[in-house]
Design a binder for this molecule. Structure first.
Ligand code: LRY
Length: 232
């Protein structure tokens, strides 16, 4: 069961995601992004939804970390792969690892994380990556049977607008020290220096999304620099 985890060891996983309404929404664009990432040396792809998972898998042959993102409460609350049915869809589409929210927040369907992980293991036979926001949730996900942890949700489970600009390298280090599980560094990794820092902190692998695959957000950053000129 751990071959996909081994396959991404010490490597870069590129997250290829574009929500509905984004100019690059659609499996053809995500497959092209994934091909570019693979050609440049990525060892895995993170993708959302069965269509994109199937497209990036077919385009690259790389292991895919599959998720489904579901918005609740009028879009206010995002949940990553809340249910077994969501996991089943992305694994049927070719995901080698399923990522799910690994915090103790009540799940939208009231299900228990340990039960969900057991079902994924028993019926789908793939490892489960728990996207966590803190050391506490990392320990919780470890007890629930997660195979690897990721810092994905740091800064996003309370006030999303208050998330800092850079990655939570301290959380990566703390998770690596607190549990024996492999820890994936994910979330707001913008530079090669962030990648090096994450590996030095004990990361098993590094996931980069926005900084590589979201030209909308990248362009916004450049445009906002025009609006705040520095004095000579
Ligand atoms: C919090 C949340 O919903 N994270 C999502 C999880 O799949 C994605 O929106 C992120 O793009 C992904 O985690 C990669 O992170 P970044 O794009 O910052 O490199």
């Amino acid at each position: 069961m751990s071959s996909a985890i081994d396959a991404i060891a010490s490597g870069l996983v590129v997250s290829c995601q574009a929500e509905q309404g984004h100019p690059l929404h659609g499996p053809q664009f995500m497959a092209a992004m994934a091909r570019a990432a693979a050609a440049a040396g990525a060892v895995g792809i993170r993708a959302e939804g069965a269509e994109d998972v199937a497209a990036v898998r077919a385009a690259t042959g790389l292991p895919v970390i599959g998720i489904r993102k579901i918005r609740y409460s009028g879009g206010q609350r995002l949940f990553i792969t809340p249910t077994y049915a969501d996991a089943e869809q992305v694994v049927a589409a070719g995901a080698s690892i399923v990522a799910t929210e690994g915090t103790a927040r009540p799940r939208p369907d009231g299900q228990n994380l340990a039960t969900l992980i057991r079902q994924i293991h028993d019926r789908l036979g793939v490892p489960v990556m728990a996207d966590v926001d803190s050391v506490e949730s990392g320990l919780y996900a470890h007890r629930a049977g997660a195979d690897l942890l990721a810092s994905t949700l740091s800064g996003y489970t309370t006030d999303r607008a208050a998330a800092p600009d850079g990655p939570d390298i301290d959380l990566v280090a703390a998770l690596a020290a607190a549990t024996p599980l492999p820890v994936v560094a994910e979330g707001r990794i913008w530079t090669p220096e962030h990648v090096s820092a994450a590996l030095a902190a004990g990361a098993h692998a590094v996931v980069v999304g926005t900084a590589i695959t979201n030209p909308l957000e990248i362009t916004r950053r450049f445009v906002s620099a025009l609006r705040t000129p520095t004095r000579k």
